[in-house]
Design a protein around this ligand. Structure first.
Ligand code: COA
Length: 177
């Protein structure tokens, strides 16, 4: 008989969807990563987003919240919050979670993957740029529709990646014909 065992000693990071009953644990991780303002919104969003978590040696070490919405006539995947516990950063965990979210967006037939951040969040900007995202400075007036759909009221930078060869980022952003 083959016995299935969970290997708690493996260094491998597992990225998976959160299970029912695990959201309190995700909230604890969120509160370790973000200040009280962002924690409030990230915890609230656990109810209405697709949540992925990263696990290492059986410990929850990161999370990502995503949803799909329509923006400017396109189905778009939005990465709402992503975070990794300090001691586990720079080992590729956020990158793996973002790629997992992109797979989910593709399954949901989204044309673009979007994230937003503040100009001073160098780690976040570099993470997305390394994964092939195009960086764009949001214009609060011209891009208010995007800001609202992403609840990105605090952010000034948009990161966007095309998930299909049939769409153009420039046409989407600058609304060129
Ligand atoms: C942003 C964040 C999620 C990145 O998580 P991570 O697991 O460390 O990211 P990765 O290891 O996948 O990094 C991928 C690339 O991003 C860039 N990067 C990540 N952190 C960086 C930092 N502190 N400084 C510079 N570049 C950084 C690097 O190019 C890195 O590749 P490299 O390590 O090979 O050089 C993490 O720093 C974090 O949780 N920050 C606090 C929460 C936050 O600001 N979230 C984003 C806004 S919602």
């Amino acid at each position: 008989m083959i016995k299935k065992t969970i290997n708690f000693t493996s260094d491998k990071v597992i990225i998976r969807e959160v299970k029912d009953g695990e959201k309190d644990k995700v909230a604890e991780v969120i509160e370790k990563i973000f200040d009280s303002w962002h924690s409030y919104y990230a915890v609230l969003a656990l109810k209405r987003t697709k949540v992925f978590i990263a696990e290492k040696k059986g410990r929850m070490v990161g999370f990502l919240e995503a949803y799909v919405t329509e923006i400017r006539g396109h189905r778009c995947g939005v990465i709402y919050y992503v975070g990794v516990l300090k001691e586990y950063r720079r080992t590729g965990i956020a990158s793996q979670m973002v790629l997992k979210a992109e797979d989910y967006f593709k399954r949901r037939r989204a044309n673009f993957s979007l994230a937003s951040t503040t100009i001073d969040n160098i780690a976040s900007r570099k993470l997305f740029k390394k994964l092939g995202y195009y960086e764009y400075v949001l214009d609060f007036f011209n891009d208010y529709d995007i800001v609202v759909k992403m609840s990105a009221y605090e952010d000034d930078v948009l990161l966007i990646k095309a998930l299909s060869g049939k769409v153009s980022i420039k046409a989407f952003l600058y609304q060129e014909l």
